[in-house]
Write a protein that binds this ligand. Structure first.
Ligand code: ATP
Ligand code: MG
Length: 559
């Protein structure tokens, strides 16, 4: 265990951010840990990380940072059948991307298997653990109920020698899967189920992603978790509320062994509306191709949000906004979207992009010119750029209406509208194909209305975006909506039927102003009036630009 003293001359000066900070402040005041603060994030590598994990990373890393402490990334890799190297790699990448700085402190629970085994031997020697021959079904049946105490196993009173011999033979691989378990000898009458002789080891003949064939007995989560925190000298072992009832068991294990004993603190997990968060459900979405992989931009995974264009900064801000509580609740996904918009508004380069183009021909315009456009009105240092303007333009299909409702201020037959950064134009003629679809608008422009320098005082209500046809860059644009149509799909039995069938719309012929040609993967933009977009990392190729819509400009779900 390492010493990291928080020098008392330089106490952390701030108001406690949440109840966990209050606990730590109190601990430091009482010198409970000698001034040390040491947290960890302990994922099981059986899936990609999601936004709930992000909350836990921000909390644990944030505490270590704020108290000059340490932060470990620890893989809780105790279940060989569900774990894979791919998940380990993705978790490392995601934690780093979020800013969780674990330095070289990456640990694996599987590296502690020998230590845990020795501790199990010690518990047997103390008469506090025994090898049980009941199978899983029999153990479940003898656990009892809320009102009825459990039944003691017939194997509970084996001698220490017999238990030591059997455990060793379990380790050597003499028994089949499920034939025996090692159980803690606690109290089958305890009102807390977790204390009714819980299983510590089960026999699983399976290769481990790091340990290979070294082991065929694997520790249960309950046996392993507290031990891992103890081995690493964690001070504040922060976990979600469902482990509150397990705390007495972890206490029992560590106190029975007489080893270093961290303090467990529980907080409410993040539940987010219009999505699911259980790894089992996310895995099913991936495996059954409801989505396009773990990093599908509709997934609540960190890699999905990254691909969609969410910034690490906005996810950290979100974690800050929602805070840390002791009671479970459902957090509105619009809070996350708000944090994303807020960040991109400040930082995203503006561009004009026409997603669903209709052609405009300016019959009285000849030649071409470059017009000045603002790169980011929120950032005076972002400067200006030149946008080419010419006789043939594209505007958004729905910025023109032949039979407009009252209050429609954009282009109509005989009406005028301003082209952003350019001129006021007037629609003189509507050209249709044989089926009556509008295919082109013949317009005239008013030379005196040039943005910034024009002498005309003419005013119009509507301002629309546009792109010069011959200069436009073609792109595919992917629009995303919420993945589920109900607020809390995780609670529905038939949750897969609540998937939003319109969660992805692919637009194949968007037209964007030419500077976008140089956009690199993950570059972020505000397409004026259309939302925030980023270059997709999966489908963009040297010959084809693909954009993801990160988020709309406004909360489109708000009533
Ligand atoms: P499962 O979905 O299988 O229950 P899990 O999401 O708990 O798995 P772990 O890998 O055990 O996955 O999680 C690692 C850490 O992330 C745990 O310490 C847990 O407390 C935290 N965590 C997981 N889900 C959330 C959540 N929704 N909100 C906050 N923290 C979470
Ligand atoms: Mg878990």
């Amino acid at each position: 265990m390492e010493e990291t003293k928080n020098t008392n001359e330089n106490p952390v000066e701030r108001k406690p951010k949440n109840f966990i900070y209050e606990i730590i402040d109190e601990d430091n005041k009482n010198d409970k840990w000698g001034g040390r603060v040491h947290t960890r994030f302990p994922p099981e590598p059986n899936g990609y990380l999601h936004i709930g994990h992000a909350k836990s990373i921000c909390l644990n890393y944030g505490i270590a940072r704020d108290y000059n402490g340490k932060f470990n990334l620890r893989f809780d890799d105790t279940n060989p059948e569900k774990e894979e190297q791919e998940y380990v790699d993705s978790i490392v990448e995601d934690v780093k991307w979020l800013g969780g700085d674990f330095g070289d402190r990456v640990f694996y629970a599987s590296d502690y298997f020998e230590q845990m085994y020795q501790w199990a031997v010690e518990l047997i020697k103390k008469g506090k653990a025994y090898v049980c021959d009941l199978n899983a079904e029999e153990i479940r049946a003898s656990r009892g109920t809320l009102t009825e105490q459990g039944k003691e196993s017939a194997y509970r009173n084996r001698s220490v020698e017999e238990n030591l011999d059997l455990l060793e033979r379990m380790r050597k691989g003499e028994f089949e899967n499920g034939a025996k378990t090692l159980r803690a000898k606690i109290d089958m009458a305890s009102p807390n189920f977790n204390m009714r002789d819980p299983i510590m080891y089960r026999i699983v003949h399976a290769d481990h992603h790091r340990q290979g064939k070294d082991w065929c007995i694997y520790p249960t989560y309950d046996w392993a978790h507290g031990n891992e925190d103890s081995i690493e000298g964690i001070t504040h072992s922060i976990c979600t509320l469902e482990f509150q009832n397990h705390r007495p068991l972890y206490d029992w294990f560590l106190d029975s062994l007489g080893v270093y004993h961290p303090q467990q603190i529980e907080f409410a997990r993040l539940n987010l509306s219009y999505t699911v968060m259980s790894k089992r459900k996310l895995l099913q979405l991936v495996k059954e191709n409801f989505v396009d992989g773990w990093d599908d931009p509709r997934m609540p995974t960190i890699s999905g949000y990254r691909r969609r264009g969410y910034t690490a900064e906005s996810i950290r801000n979100f974690a800050e906004i929602i805070g840390v509580a002791k009671r479970d609740a459902l957090t509105d996904i619009s809070l996350l979207e708000f944090a994303v918009r807020d960040d991109l508004n400040k930082n995203a380069q503006r561009a004009m992009a026409v997603l669903k183009p209709i052609k405009v021909v300016l019959t009285n315009y000849e030649g071409e010119e470059n017009l000045e456009a603002v790169n980011n009105p929120e950032n005076p240092n972002a400067g200006m750029r030149l946008v080419p303007f010419s006789k043939e333009l594209y505007i958004e299909e729905n910025d023109f209406m032949e039979n407009p409702p009252k209050g429609f201020h954009r282009l109509i037959p005989g009406g005028e509208v301003r082209l952003r950064y350019a001129y006021i134009i007037k629609c003189e003629e509507v050209i249709k194909d044989d089926d009556g679809n509008v295919v082109e608008l013949r317009c005239t422009y008013d030379k005196e209305t040039k943005s910034g320098t024009g002498t005309s005082t003419k005013k119009v209500k509507g301002v629309i975006h546009w792109v010069s046809a011959k200069d436009a860059v073609d792109a595919e644009v992917r629009l995303y909506d919420r993945l589920f149509v109900v607020e809390n799909p995780g609670t529905e039995e038939d949750w897969l039927s609540k998937i939003n069938p319109q969660s992805l719309e692919i637009i194949s012929n968007a037209k964007i102003e030419p500077f976008i040609r140089n956009a690199k993967q993950q570059d972020k933009f505000q397409f004026e009036r259309m939302g925030y977009f980023c270059v997709d990392t999966k489908y963009t190729t040297p010959g084809k630009l693909v954009f993801n819509r990160t988020v709309t400009l406004k909360d489109s779900w708000k009533k």
